[in-house]
Write a protein that binds this ligand. Structure first.
Ligand code: C2E
Ligand code: MG
Ligand code: MG
Ligand code: MG
Length: 297
């Protein structure tokens, strides 16, 4: 119809330029059956992105991030397929596969680098945190593999589903008793960030990338960040700034006392073999302050 301006894509399919919502709906529809196949066939991989201590510059953790490369479309971002997986009831299987694979990978790294002290961060859909089976599964993994549950941190993205759930609250408390750490992901983007840190046993706040992107452009964003960081310090929580892309952002965050940083400036998410090279020398690859005080000739 006239609504659509279609053109042939390089891959031979059609690219539609149309209202964004409609496009998303179409895309979701055609992705559904492919996603089911991908889950059945195990077509996913995992990339790992290091998290650094701002002060010591050491790697203190790695975040496992799922990757799906579609045979025709190429890479499909998790922001696109995770919500579809949630609607289709596939997210339990997907998240379980990620955490089992990532735990196996961390065990390998711990053998390979005995001096390494890092935590594994995995993202978990709030849908998977509604009953105790999540913890039962983790305890089974720990039992059979020898994995130490205190080396694990789950990252929960706040959503409406997390709100007001006594079952989730019970689960989080039980997990924390077993040593599992809990991070609130994308902090500041949801409706109830403050009530979550009041109510749930949180160890870490992950400040959403959108704040980091805006901080040097808007003084009010800077104020928000400064106060969130000071709140975290007051509550004795770790605070990770996500999406740090340049030195100016890093230095401003460090000056505000942000305890941890993660972002392309330091390292992109990498497949396990490439990340092993980072873990072999687990310090910040860039040292912005040092670079500035020792100008090159
Ligand atoms: P997230 O957990 O907030 O992860 C951070 C996202 O920011 C990742 O996107 C990462 O690649 C990206 N990122 C890191 N540093 C930078 C930077 O400096 N600049 C920019 N522009 N981006 C940066 P990714 O891998 O596309 O994942 C998107 C989201 O998908 C994640 O956001 C998380 O909510 C979700 N996700 C990823 N893997 C899983 C999974 O295994 N299970 C679940 N349930 N969700 C997942
Ligand atoms: Mg995350
Ligand atoms: Mg995040
Ligand atoms: Mg996110």
């Amino acid at each position: 119809t006239a609504m659509y301006a279609a053109k042939r894509s390089a891959a031979g399919g059609f690219l539609f330029f149309e209202p964004a919502m409609h496009e998303r709906a179409l895309q979701a529809l055609s992705l559904q059956s492919d996603l089911r196949d991908a889950v059945r066939q195990g077509d996913f991989t995992i990339c790992y992105q290091p998290i650094f201590d701002t002060h010591t510059r050491a790697v203190t953790g790695v975040e496992a991030l799922i990757r799906w490369t579609h045979v025709e479309r190429g890479p499909v971002p998790p922001d696109v397929f995770i919500p579809i997986a949630e609607r289709m009831g596939l997210i339990g299987t997907i998240d379980r596969w990620v955490r089992e694979s990532a735990i196996a990978q961390l065990l390998v790294w711990q053998q390979q680098f005995p001096a390494l002290k890092i935590r594994l961060n995995v993202n978990v859909s709030a849908l998977n945190l509604r009953d105790q089976s999540f913890l039962t599964n983790l305890e089974a993994i720990a039992q059979t593999s020898g994995f130490d549950l205190s080396d694990l941190q789950i990252e929960i993205t706040e959503g409406l589903l997390l709100a007001d759930s006594p079952a989730t609250e019970r689960l989080l408390v039980a997990m924390r008793k077993r040593g599992v750490k809990i991070a609130l992901d994308d902090f500041g983007t949801g409706f109830s960030s403050l009530s979550y840190i009041d109510r749930y046993p949180i160890d870490t706040i992950k400040i959403d990338r959108t704040f980091v992107t805006r901080m040097l452009l808007q003084t009010r964003t800077m104020s928000i960040l400064r106060n969130v960081i000071s709140l975290a310090k007051d509550l004795d929580l770790d605070v990770v700034a996500e999406g740090v892309e340049n030195e100016a952002q890093y230095e401003a965050l460090a000056a505000m006392g942000c305890s941890h940083v993660q972002g392309y400036l330091f390292c992109k998410p990498l497949p396990a073999p490439a990340l092993a090279a980072v873990l072999a020398c687990p310090v910040m690859p860039l040292a912005p302050a040092a670079v500035r005080t020792n100008p090159s000739p």
